[in-house]
Design a binder for this molecule. Sequence first.
Ligand code: ADP
Ligand code: MG
Length: 624
Amino acid sequence: MTDNLPRIQILPKTLINQIAAGEVIVRPASVAKELIENAIDADSTQITIEVSENVRDLTITDDGCGMTPEEAPLALQRHATSKIASLDDIIHVQTRGFRGEALASIAAVSRLTLVTRTPDSLSGFRLEIEGGETLKTQTVGAPIGTSVVVRDIFFNTPARLKFMRRPQTEFKRLLQLVTAQALSHPEIGFTVTRKKKKILELPVKQSLGDRLRQVLGSSVEGMLLELDSGSLPVTIHGFVAKPEAARKDRSAQFFFVNRRPISNRLLTVTFEQAFQGIMMTRRFPVGAVFVFVEPEDVDVNVHPTKEEVRFQDEKKVGGILYRVVSDALRKANLVPYTRLPEESTSVQPEQTSKMPGLFSSPGDALKQSMLGKKSRPGSQIDLGLYEKTKPDTSGLKPGAYKPRLPVKEPLPETEPQEQQAPLPREAKDFLNSLELAEPIGQIDNVYIVAGYPGGIVLIDQHAAHERLLYNKINAREHASAAQRLLLPINFEVEISRVSDLQEMAKQLESFGIELEHFGGQSFVIHTLPADLSDIDAAALVRDLLDIGEDFIKQKAKPDIQDEIAKRLACHGAIRAGQKLSREEMQRLIADLRKTPLAFTCPHGRPTMILLTRSQLDRQFKRTP
Ligand code: ADP
Ligand code: MG
């Protein structure tokens, strides 16, 4: 042992807290998160967040239970908490906090002032701390509740400070986080100001739907579908937006477990899977999903910031989420009933007489009755429900969920073929009535017009055929459906694309497209999928290449499969502008009648819209 080897020593308390802060307080947004969570735990009804220009000064004020002068200094100590007393309490913990380290961590890396007053006390108590050292305590006048002023975040931890991004970026992160917190408690009012300017003002006692509409803005107006797990053993509430509202990133996806905002790979993947086949690729669905499970079925103590959770039965939660989201989307696939009216909502009913067209805005009642849906009293989450109901496991059939995950990371034991949730009755009745549909003709060789017992149906011939082909492609054993071409198709690609295409050859083969590299930039196609043999194969492959490049880089194999299926369907489908014979129209309608998800094309656009007898009656003022 050499002389200069340092002897073991206990680190000073401040340093311990700074190290601990490293895990919990990584950026200004983490400070906001911890302080907001404390305010939520304190039963506040209004929380205000003030942010400085450089995002290094934050003030969080609440009107919650406050702390006594005895409690306040304790709260600043590490491992000081009022929320748990034993390990068992962690399992059942209902509060956001329980580790008792947030305040100590924040105080260790900033200049912190805490002012707090309980409802019973006549005056408030003020405490000033700098880098973990208490500078001053005093009795002051203060409103009931707590206000924590945090200044110069990371002033004494230069390494952390260096990792801060531009103020605008840090502020965006902070807002994203506040949004998630605000969605988790729509009954609490939230205000965010920066440089004295109001950035966000969410009123108290909002319903979840209203709050979601407010934070996500007009892009989700009229797009939100309510989730309802009914009697399934895991309770799921919340909203998803129709596929059209999808975004180019995941910033409008919010997940909560027992109201705690969390991120979880399984939930994200499952959620997005439910949209597969009805949404463009590289778009991300929008929604706020609240999962409620028995507290002992989820471990919230797997991450210092508690943003990740571990479910006791992941597969069950995933299966139910998949089913609940796809059910909501399926019901919304009743596009034909609502589409036309929704698109003319700018026309007020009283103006309809002056309107040149045929269609008027329908009453909500119509929509509701068609959706078979009774309006519920407010859409706010009912926590009481979650506390009282014991999960009922009778409702869920095994095998209702078949995860399609990236090949490399399968979910444990995938289950047999997914079972489609039943179509709502109205949709079934409509599809049945299509049996009697009579094609009347085409509009500009783009839309098929057909009469059916309930009215007129307009069909987008390309979109509808795309849906049929897409389902067919997904349903069959791909490789067996190849048809050898009498004349192989030769084509060339850019030199930079050669290796992409070579790599994609295997994927294509599973769809019945046999592609051979002929050397240099030349390729040959030997086989095509049997029922798509008329397509312009070279154009298809070039089209696939465009997506192939990105997907291969991302190694997102299942997505590329889905994208290939979509492109094949698109290339193989009847074009807009193509003249169809009566028989062709009849066949298309007959096939549509039998195909799942008939109401939308694989990209989520509608395949048909209806003009019902009752709409006509109303329009012609025949209604009594
Ligand atoms: P935790 O939240 O894990 O208990 P914290 O360090 O965040 O740990 O807070 C420590 C304690 O301080 C809490 O348990 C609570 O008793 C008290 N506290 C913190 N913030 C507030 C607040 N805004 N209102 C009332 N009490 C608070
Ligand atoms: Mg806390």
